[in-house]
Design a protein around this ligand. Structure first.
Ligand code: SAM
Length: 223
């Protein structure tokens, strides 16, 4: 008798095989940085997905993580990470910890990662998974990341929620040469932008269209 596939089942060859296929898919979609692809090959995304959606962990799409929030699409996480151009020695700030998956990817590509989330239960759960996976260079904070976080400056900042404008406190926390990658637009659809600090100037590039949950905070959307 044929078994019914539930969201929690692992189809076919198991997680490692699904992860390898996801990395091939990211490469096909244009992700080139070998360090980024290797990080995606190492981090078990299934550990960051709630159990009722675990069977979909390697589908290239966002998934719900509770409190109306999502773990982002793998391709978008990869594109944002690649845009940060990390070489290994950086201090990185992430705004919007969510599940903790992007922080785990960043932990393999940078010296130190600080990540901040406005929902304490999401932060607590992410911190536990990151501890279990021995991501010892990640610090999880709770608060409004639009105000900046931890003790800057940072070499790279990634915002994983959609903002009306790049928050000035985040631009101020960038080191010389530092990069800020952030979705900017309206509450529904945004453009992924990259800012590079050159002295007191910020060079802006538009990278691609994207759709993120809103960045809620003093320098973001009002809730
Ligand atoms: N990076 C996450 C991951 O890997 O799972 C995905 C993040 S989800 C798309 C966006 C997150 O940003 C949500 O968890 C949301 O609560 C958080 N968020 C929104 N506004 C925030 C703010 N001002 N400060 C910190 N976190 C915020």
């Amino acid at each position: 008798m044929a078994a019914t596939l539930r969201h929690t089942d692992v189809p076919g060859d198991g997680w490692d095989d699904l992860r390898r296929r996801m990395v091939d898919d990211l490469r096909r979609k244009g992700i080139r940085d070998p360090r980024v692809l290797e990080a995606f090959a190492q981090v078990p995304r299934e550990r960051f997905v709630p159990s009722d959606h675990r069977g979909l962990a390697y589908v290239d799409g966002p998934l719900p993580i509770g409190l109306g929030q999502t773990i982002s699409q793998p391709y978008m996480v990869a594109a944002m990470t690649e845009a940060l151009a990390l070489e290994g020695g950086e201090r990185v700030l992430e705004i919007g910890t969510g599940s903790g998956y992007q922080a785990a990817i960043l932990s393999r590509l940078a010296r130190e990662v600080v990540t901040i989330e406005r929902h304490a239960p999401l932060s607590g759960h992410a911190a536990q998974v990151l501890r279990e996976l021995e991501c010892h260079n990640v610090t999880c904070l709770v608060g409004d990341g639009t105000l900046g976080a931890g003790s800057g400056p940072y070499d790279a900042i990634v915002v994983t929620a959609g903002a009306p404008l790049a928050p000035l406190p985040l631009l101020a926390q960038l080191n010389a040469g530092g990069r800020l990658v952030i979705p900017v637009g309206d509450r529904g659809i945004q453009t992924l932008e990259r800012y590079r600090r050159a002295g007191d100037e910020f060079l802006r590039e538009r990278l691609m269209d994207c759709m993120f949950v809103p960045l809620i905070g003093e320098h973001g959307w009002k809730s």
